[in-house]
Each structure stands twice: as C-alpha cells, then as structure tokens.
Design a protein around this ligand. Sequence first.
Ligand code: HEM
Length: 449
Amino acid sequence: MTTIPTVKSTSGWRRTIRQIDSILHPLTFMEKRTKKYGDFYQIVFKDSPPSAVISNPQAIEEIFTASPDKFEVGRGNKLLSFLVGDNSLLLLDGKAHKNRRRLLMPPFHGEALQKYGDRIVEITNKACDRLEVNKPFRVRQLMQEITMRVILSVVFGIDSGTRRDRLREILTSLLDVFNTPLSSSFIFFPLLQRDWGKFSPWGRFLRLKQEVKDLIYAEIKERRESLASGVEHQDILSMLLLARDEHGEGMRDEELHDELITLLFAGHETTASALTWLFYWVHYLPEVKEKLQFELNTFTENSDDQKINNLPYLNAVVSETLRIYPIAAGTFARILTQPMTIKGYDFQADTWLMVSIYSLHHREDLYPNSQQFDPQRFLHQTYSPYEYIPFGGGSRRCIGSALALLEMKLVTATILSRFQLALTSNQKMLPVRRGLTIAPPASFKMVVK
Ligand code: HEM
C-alpha cells in the first residue's frame, strides 16, 4: 500500500517560528507546502495527533459527504470562543449543531432573502452619498460600513437609533483590534491574551467586548418586551426569540447573544473583504470593467434584484473574486471522532483534517494560470462543490453564502451604475492576514472620477 507524503513537525521554538510564518504569510506558506508535498499530505507531531492537509477534490468529496458524526468541529473552533462565546454555532457539534442550524437557516434562504434586496441597495446608496469627486476614499471602510449596516438590519432588524449607532461603532473598533497581521496573532496565541489595561490591545478588546455585550443584552430585552406586547418583527433576532426546541424551551439570553455575535462577525467582515477585492480587480483590469459595465448598462434603476442576481458576467466576476483569494484560506478543521479511510489512506481518530481552500482554488488542472484573475473560466466551465469551495461544504457549509452573494452583486451593481471609480495606484495588491481571514490591505484607496 502507498503511504501518504508525511511532514515531520519540528518542536519547541522551531515550531513556533513556523507557526508565526504561517500566520503572517499564510498563502506563500501553503503554496510552498503544496508544491513540495502535493494535494494530500499529513503532518505528524511528537506530542499530538497528526493533521492532514487536503486540496484533492476526491478526498474533499469524501469528507464533505461523510456523516457529520465522524467529525468534531467545535473543539477546533474553541480558539474563537473569546470572540463568539461558548454557545455559538461554531462551537457546537452533533445534534445540538444540527438543531441550531435548522433554527438559523430559514432567514438566509429563498423568499426571506428576496426581502433584503431593496434594503441592501438603499444602504449602499446612503453610504455612498458622502463620496466626493477626486477625493480618495478607503474602499474597505466603505464596504465594511455597508456590510455592517446590512447585517444589523437583517439580523437584528435595526436600521437606526442611538444604541444601534453605538453598537455599529464599537463592533467596528472591536474588529479593528485584529486589523494587522501582527495583532491577529492574539487569536492564535492565548498566552498573549493578557489584560494590561485599557490602552493595551487585549485590554482594549475586552472593554469593547463588554460594551457590545451590554448593548446586545439591552436589545434582546427590548425585543422580548416588544414581541410580548404583540408587535411583529421579521428579523433573525425575533425569529430566534420565538423559536422553541422539542421541549418547548426558548433560547437563553447567553445563547442568543453568542449567536448574534457569531452572525455579525462571520457575516460582515468576510463580505466586506470580498467586495473590496472585487472593486480592486474590476478596476485593475480594464477589460473586466468594460464587460461588466456593458452588462450592467442593460439594466435600469428599476431592474428587479433577482435579475441582477442572475447576470452571468457579474456572477463570473464574483465567483472569480472568491476563487483567487478565498476570504477563508481553509475550512474549519474536522477532527476525526473515529478512524476513517480517505482516498485509500487510513487515519486514526483525533486526526485534524484541514481542507485548504486556497490550494484547491489554485490547482492548475482545474484553474490554468491560477494566479490570473479571469472570470471567463466560470462562463466556460461548471465546477463541482468539491472543486470550488469558497464557502466550505458538507454539514458546516457557510449558512450566509446566498446572502453574501446577493449582497456582493447588488452593492457592485449599485455603485458601478452610479459612479466612475479609479484606482489611486496601479500597483498589484497582495493579500494580508486579517484575524482569521485573508484580506486586501486596509490602506487600499480608490477615487471617484
Ligand atoms: C463572502 C462572504 C463569506 C465567506 C467567504 C464565508 C466563508 C465561510 C466558510 C469558509 C465557512 C466554513 C465552512 C466549512 O468549514 O465548511 C463559513 C461558515 C459560516 N459562515 Fe460564512 N462566509 C461568508 C459570509 C457569511 C455571512 C453573510 C454569514 C451570516 C450572516 C455567514 C455565517 C457563517 C456561519 C454561521 C458559519 C458556521 C457554519 C457552521 O458551523 O455550521 N457567513 N463561512
């Protein structure tokens, strides 16, 4: 029997240096490893169970289609509990995960989604009102404002008000704590998570987090009262407040808080980064802009959101944006709860399966000239859910994917139909680490012509 390519992990300070390298330069780190060891290899450690790193479509299919009880995901996501709390969907497994997902899914699908279109366009237009001709603006900041307002509106059902404005402000500051590759290290090294007072990064984070918590609890209390008095709301917070489990029990305030924070974080940073990349690529490559603008010109102000959602070239641009620099370089780790054979290789229980989205999206057999931004590939070929996975897959697939795609398309169509934009520099932009994600640099600017 053939054996799987194996990397022997170093220990002590060498391992720490490698870890820091993978945090600071995640993509080059992955590229080098994949080039050396291939699309399916394992890393063995002296003191802990092995990891397998996977960018092979067949192996990914076997993992995504296996029964969810073969894996544990919550344990691997434990390092996120400082941000999302212990009751978050990200930390649940088994039946609890399945039930919670069932509760959360409806507002992200079908009819529910269609209702958000007008709000997304309205929010985009309002955020863009402050753009001035010839005055450069930070693209990420604008996109983050839009996606934050969308998520607050969709998840919390709140569009204005002093408490809500404060919530928006602090959530933005809270995330900015991790806006550099270096400060992102706080997530990976719990030893750095020390409160040295309100001016230290971690101290600042803790204080902001407490303030967010107080505001969310106040919002939950107010909404409980409003629902009890018979007022109808259609947002996710209200649906969660009304939901009951099989014993007739509703969700506790701590559970609601953790789930709301999860949706806020998972949903707005990711979409803001994706939109920032999209605006960069479209303006970096004039032929892409020309084709997209041509397609968008066939639409008027009154065009239906669903039609915009189905435009083929816009769809190809969005898909290619999420392919070339996937916002999450890998899926959540799947930790085997029992032995499993994948593509003929046997893995023991407790092995960490790490699916590399970035390496899969750069396979030359699937994506020739993979470093080139080329939306045409999505017009000429259909990729399977194991070949193209910006939202992961299987039982943990991103629940916000349809909302994110709709949002990306509507924001792009709204801004490009209203403004002529240009880059302020023609230099190629490279991705940087931002918290758990891979993002465009926060300094990226554009200008209205
Ligand atoms: C472009 C935007 C987005 C990208 C690229 C993205 C990507 C991902 C990825 C890769 C995963 C892990 C899947 C896996 O391990 O198989 C995930 C999970 C998740 N995402 Fe997203 N996401 C985006 C937007 C959103 C939005 C808008 C929301 C909700 C408002 C959201 C909520 C979640 C949640 C709750 C999970 C955890 C699912 C679970 O554990 O069952 N995401 N996302």
